[in-house]
Design a protein around this ligand. Structure first.
Ligand code: 0O2
Length: 246
């Protein structure tokens, strides 16, 4: 290989690295946002709407496949403009209502710009796929500039996630031409998952109502200190005296 070709290859590699890195940083920021929400909920509300999260960067190979499938230009500018799920974050919730709670919390963060919302929960795909998709633009602060980077956030329940991961595996196993019988069974499974989600939502509401009508008495000792992550802080007795004075 000629020296000039090697130099050009190196420039190209650096450009692609820089391109992919900004998506990785955008995902890091989103993950921090989710960690903060999780910790806040766990600490203050004794309940967390987020079960778990998984993030992934699309591989260059998979980006290339999408470029050909969509028939777009093979340039970084065109890829950035047309492929919005290079950075993907999947948030799994326990209950249907949590999907919208989490979505609202993210949409209300004013450093995030909502570019698109696709609600496959209210309008499932014909195969039964359900999920709430948000395309968000995240500011990434680099050493010499701010990049506004797209992240696709998929929010779904555990049941929806279970279904989607199995369907995804089947789709790939059959190289995208799944037998009719399996497709029908998958649709039935999606309906069953949906019925389970609604039943769990009803049960959760009942439990909440019971909790509200019979609130737990706090243990006095627990009120004398605060716990934030691994840090425990004792409240000064002076504060407690003032607060408990009637
Ligand atoms: P992967 O491997 O998860 O990344 P797009 O092709 O994204 O420009 P589209 O189809 O309008 O356009 O996007 P949509 O509907 O928002 O879907 C994007 C992603 O949602 C997919 O990414 C999947 O992750 C998920 N998804 C959508 N439909 C289905 C489905 O029927 N079954 C399953 N299991 N997942 C689905 P990728 O790039 O296809 O795949």
């Amino acid at each position: 290989m000629k020296t000039q070709q090697i130099a050009e290859l190196k420039i190209m590699k650096d450009e692609i690295t820089r391109f992919m890195m900004k998506y990785k940083f955008a995902l890091d920021e989103m993950e921090t946002k989710i960690d903060i929400l999780k910790e806040e909920f766990q600490t203050l509300h004794d309940y967390c709407p987020i079960e778990h999260t998984k993030s992934r960067l699309k591989t260059p190979e998979s980006i290339l496949k999408k470029v050909y499938r969509k028939g777009i230009d093979l340039s970084l500018e065109s890829i950035e403009e047309h492929i919005k799920d290079i950075a993907g974050l999947r948030i799994t919730c326990s209950f249907l209502s949590d999907i919208y709670n989490v979505s609202n919390m993210l949409q209300n963060q004013n450093d995030l710009k909502v570019l698109e919302v696709k609600d496959y929960v209210k309008n499932p795909k014909p195969n039964g796929y359900q999920s709430l998709h948000l395309i968000l633009e995240v500011p990434v602060f680099l050493s010499d500039r701010v990049e506004h980077v797209c992240v696709e956030v998929q929010i779904r329940t555990i049941a929806m996630d279970f279904w989607a991961s199995l369907e995804h595996k089947i789709f790939y196993k059959y190289n995208q031409s799944v037998p009719e019988k399996l497709l029908r069974e998958l649709k039935i499974a999606a309906d069953t998952a949906n019925a389970l989600d609604h039943q769990m939502e009803r049960l959760q509401r009942e439990v909440q109502m019971i909790k509200k009508s019979h609130p737990e008495e706090p243990i006095l000792d627990e009120l004398k200190s605060i716990q934030i992550s691994n840090h425990q802080f004792k409240l000064p007795s002076g504060i407690l005296d003032v607060l408990t004075k009637d």
